[in-house]
Ligand binder design. Structure first.
Ligand SMILES: Cc1cc2nc3c(=O)[nH]c(=O)nc-3n(C[C@H](O)[C@H](O)[C@H](O)COP(=O)(O)OP(=O)(O)OC[C@H]3O[C@@H](n4cnc5c(N)ncnc54)[C@H](O)[C@@H]3O)c2cc1C
Length: 565
């Protein structure tokens, strides 16, 4: 089943739902006229349909492998990567000073989603490099920027993020990798990192690792972490990769999915590294990378949801089974129709949330403090809801296929296997939800309430025209307002036990809000999809809120002994 990048949906969302015109009204993005935006989406979509999507299965069947210390990538990946790099998509978000396209995050998010939907395992490579570019732009010295940014932006070199160690996963502060000053203004990095995505490849001239490590005088925990740039080959002043650095890929993991993406154990043995940002300021610099990557992971999973939905719909329109009526295919059965509708409606909702988050990032960069707070609030929701949508939609896609969904050749199973990791890396979804109810509510819920105000205003305005859709959204906003007031009055233990239900309830409301806007601005098809979401899916918010309000007691009263058989 060929993949079709959902260019029309992006156009509609940008123009009619999320208010992209506020971004193009800024001086920085004034040249992003509808024609230019259209050309970018169309061109990226074409590459995804014609070049990347055909590689998806090859990566699954022929995983990246380690040969004599060098990673050999899946068939066709080198050509696919070249298309991404030559199209300028690696550096699409980067500033023009070093050769980037300077696209707004809202457009970058569309392109990342399309590439993720076409071939998630390969798209992870430019996603890591994009995040590294952003961190270097924000925190590296002018010399490092001049040497590394042009190569990373052009895609000649690739980037990685090295946080995780065996004892330091979610608890990044437990990492032990050491960085010793070598008296030449640089550092010697020693330690082992695990699960490093695209730690090596056979198609770029260099791989530039961003490594978190501790200086000798570091305090324990996250406050004692610094960030270092550690290239595979040390470049000369002209940027020609030279001497090999003291680092190596020890092994590659055998994984449930994303087989085309090499996931490596890395050994740094006194490797030469350059400090990025302040000593002990590594987490601040890393957060620049991680926030971009979090939104990127949310949107790559929405891409998988899109691909799974397209495949399931195509299958359902061909498969004949039972007295289906109409076309005689299973799409006529109410249960199958409900599954497909859920897949489509959820994909739209999650896509809208990622784009709204991206738009807030764009406006935040213009110095708009409220937009910055909005972006901070939406990032964990975009990551968690986007990835749950990828997983749940891929799972439904298998169900629509029946037995064939369990048979690998349809590709339905691969969507689920590939999407599953997205809820785990870049901070597990549990950690994201804790971030939402903890750090992101340090403002007493102000950013959340401002968003709820907006949702109510839209619902009130829609009441006269579509009361059956507007009223439930307004009610759900009120429910969320009360839940938010309740949440911020709770001690942290209560908040954490209800973190996931709160996040899911908020996402349901946001999804309903964007569907309502789509119903107002779109045709009958948009309105029918909105009605499905608001009438069949929004009511799930009530269950999440009930779980939230039950508090910590029913969760923590069960000790590990109670859970044993
Ligand atoms: C395929 C793949 C690619 C990856 N790519 C990279 C990469 O490029 N770079 C990199 O640095 N890392 C990478 N990772 C690592 C990834 O980010 C971690 O696996 C992830 O952060 C979780 O850490 P962990 O595996 O140690 O799980 P743990 O931290 O042990 O978590 C186990 C469970 O406990 C929960 N948990 C842990 N701490 C808390 C807490 N304080 N409160 C509540 N719940 C908690 C988690 O949510 C999770 O459900 C990758 C991992 C995989 C599998």
């Amino acid at each position: 089943m060929p993949f079709h990048a959902p260019v029309e949906d992006f156009r509609f969302l940008l123009e009619k739902v999320i208010g992209f015109s506020e971004v193009t009204a800024t001086a920085r993005h004034a040249e992003m006229t509808p024609d230019v935006t259209d050309a970018i989406l169309t061109e990226a979509g074409r590459m995804c349909d014609e070049i990347l999507a055909p590689l998806n299965r090859a990566g699954d069947l022929h995983p990246a492998r380690l040969e004599n210390g060098v990673v050999r990538t899946s068939p066709g990946y080198a050509e696919g990567y070249r298309a991404i790099a030559e199209g300028g998509w690696v550096g699409m978000a980067a500033g023009e000073a070093h050769g980037g396209m300077g696209l707004p995050m809202a457009l970058v998010t569309c392109v990342n989603e399309m590439m993720g939907g076409a071939c998630l395992a390969l798209q992870l490579n430019p996603l890591m490099t994009q995040a590294e570019i952003e961190a270097l732009e924000a925190h590296a010295s002018a010399d490092l920027q001049a040497l590394y940014l042009p190569k990373l932006i052009s895609g000649e070199w690739c980037g990685t993020m090295n946080l995780t160690e065996p004892q330091a996963g979610s608890d990044v502060g437990a990492l032990r990798t050491r960085a010793e000053p070598d008296g030449e203004g640089t550092y010697r990095i020693t330690g082992q990192k695990i699960y490093i995505t695209w730690a090596d490849n056979d198609f770029s001239d260099n791989v530039v690792h961003m490594v978190l490590a501790r200086l000798p005088d570091a305090v324990p925990g996250t406050k004692g972490i610094s960030l270092f740039l550690v290239p595979k080959y040390i470049p000369d002043a002209e940027g020609r990769p030279g001497e090999a650095n003291s680092l190596r890929v020890v092994s590659l993991e055998h994984k449930m999915g994303i087989h085309g993406s090499p996931t490596a154990v890395m050994e740094y043995d006194g490797a030469k590294g350059w400090l990025v940002g302040e000593p002990h300021g590594g987490m601040a610099a890393m957060f620049t990378m991680m926030n971009t990557a979090r939104l990127g992971v949310g949107s790559q999973a929405v891409g998988v949801a899109e691909a799974a939905t397209q495949a399931a719909l195509a299958y359902a329109q061909e498969r004949k089974q039972g007295r289906a009526g109409g076309t005689g295919t299973i799409v006529e059965h109410a249960d199958v129709r409900a599954m497909l509708a859920r897949m489509r409606a959820e994909t739209f909702a999650a896509r809208a949330i990622t784009l709204a988050c991206a738009k807030a990032i764009d406006l935040g960069r213009e110095g708009d403090a409220a937009a910055r707070a909005r972006a901070a609030l939406l990032t964990p929701i975009a990551k968690t809801f986007g990835t749950e949508t990828g997983i749940n939609t891929a799972d439904l896609g298998i169900q629509v296929h029946g037995g064939m969904g369990f048979i690998e050749e349809t590709g339905a199973a691969q969507f689920l296997r590939d999407a599953r990791i997205t809820a785990i890396y870049e901070g597990t979804n549990g950690i994201q939800a804790m971030d939402l109810v903890g750090r992101k509510m340090m403002d007493g819920g102000e950013a959340a309430q401002a968003l709820i105000d907006e949702i109510e205003t839209v619902a009130e305005a829609a009441r006269a025209e579509i009361p059956d859709l507007a009223e439930p959204v307004w009610q759900a906003a009120e429910t969320m307002r009360e839940a938010t007031e309740w949440l911020v009055a709770q001690p942290m233990a209560e908040r954490f036990s209800g973190a996931m239900p709160y996040l899911r309830a908020f996402a349901r409301l946001l999804g309903a809000h964007y569907h309502l806007r789509a119903a107002q601005a779109g045709d009958g098809k948009r309105r029918r999809l909105a009605a499905f979401y608001i009438q069949r899916m929004l009511p799930e918010q009530a269950a999440h809120i009930a779980a939230l309000r039950a508090g910590a007691e029913p969760v923590m009263a069960l000790d590990a002994g109670d859970l044993a058989p």
